[in-house]
Design a protein around this ligand. Structure first.
Ligand SMILES: [Zn+2]
Length: 301
């Protein structure tokens, strides 16, 4: 496959600064009171009908339904990399954000999603999660799904098998630790079953050995059905045009975006309005084992 994006290297502050905008004040309610494990587990995994009803914006896009993803049924999804994708209806989209958390832009993305009462999936980089655990908890507390994207965002194909596995595991452990604290996260130990068993390879570069390993562990591997090419610098308006044109052709699918990109954060409010005005519906992914009872009532209409 020919995906060769130019993700910035994590920690490259000089280049990151180019994308960064002044931090936006959070517009929704993460509080320290939600910091208990029980509360966090509920808010991170249990999207409920009550939350939909609680949306304070009458004109919001909203989240139309919850889709439980079981790695046994859907071990690998996303047509850019695999022959299979999620069972989405026409005009149903799944929003996914890679490479966060990033303090300069992730709050802005969360605010845009919150304004439209839309829930997404964030594939986090372990190193960034370890540096900003409060932002990880804030993503989860808003009801989004927190998934995994390695520790240091390497090209797995260029690594020795042991190093590749170690980077994947360290990333999972770092995100789990950010979510739940040290008590449940010992790097390299017992981290092969993350709370949310969703993983995406950096650059979609994968190896048979790691694919087999993830499948054995019950971790679903996510590709994407379409993307915004937001690793290429462009103005938000240009970004919006590119993405909406691709969506008009695809009509549905798992959309890949990057919350650390300022151009993506800037265009997201307009993109969500575009989805609403054009009768698209947003589907929220949760792990099959998520303890939600109300979620199933949000089935396809
Ligand atoms: Zn990435």
């Amino acid at each position: 496959m020919s995906y060769r994006c130019t993700h910035y290297p994590i920690g490259n502050t000089e280049r990151n600064a180019k994308y960064e905008r002044p931090r936006m004040s959070p517009g929704f309610g993460f509080t320290k009171a939600l910091g208990t494990l029980a509360a966090l587990a509920f808010t991170s995994m249990a999207w409920t009908a009550a939350q939909a009803a609680d949306c304070p914006y009458q004109d919001a896009l909203g989240t139309s339904r919850v889709l439980r993803v079981d790695a046994a049924t859907f071990p690998r999804v996303g047509l850019k990399s695999f022959p299979q994708t999620l069972p989405l209806a026409d005009r149903e989209v799944v929003l996914t954000f890679d490479d966060g958390p990033w303090r300069g832009t992730t709050p802005k993305v969360l605010a845009a999603l919150g304004r439209e009462c839309v829930l997404a999936t964030f594939f986090l980089i372990g190193k960034s999660a370890a540096a900003q655990p409060e932002l990880v908890r804030r993503i989860a507390a808003a009801g989004h799904t927190v998934a995994h994207h390695t520790w240091s965002h390497p090209n797995i194909k260029q690594m020795k098998p042991e190093a590749a596995t170690a980077d994947i595991d360290r990333g999972i452990a770092a995100v789990e630790k950010a979510l739940h604290g040290a008590a449940t996260a010992t790097p390299g130990i017992a981290m092969s079953t993350p709370t949310t068993p969703f993983f995406r390879y950096p650059y979609f570069e994968m190896t048979p050995a790691t694919l087999d390993l993830l499948q054995k562990r019950g971790i679903a591997v996510f590709g994407a059905d379409l993307w915004a090419s937001d690793w290429e610098p462009m103005k938000p308006a240009q970004q919006l045009k590119l993405l909406t044109e691709r969506l008009q052709i695809a009509r549905k699918g798992i959309i890949l975006l990057h919350d650390p990109k300022a151009q993506t954060a800037a265009m997201l409010p307009a993109f969500l309005r575009y989805l609403r005005h054009n009768h698209y519906r947003v589907v929220h992914l949760v792990p099959a084992a998520a303890p939600t009872s109300a979620a199933t009532s949000q089935g396809p209409k």
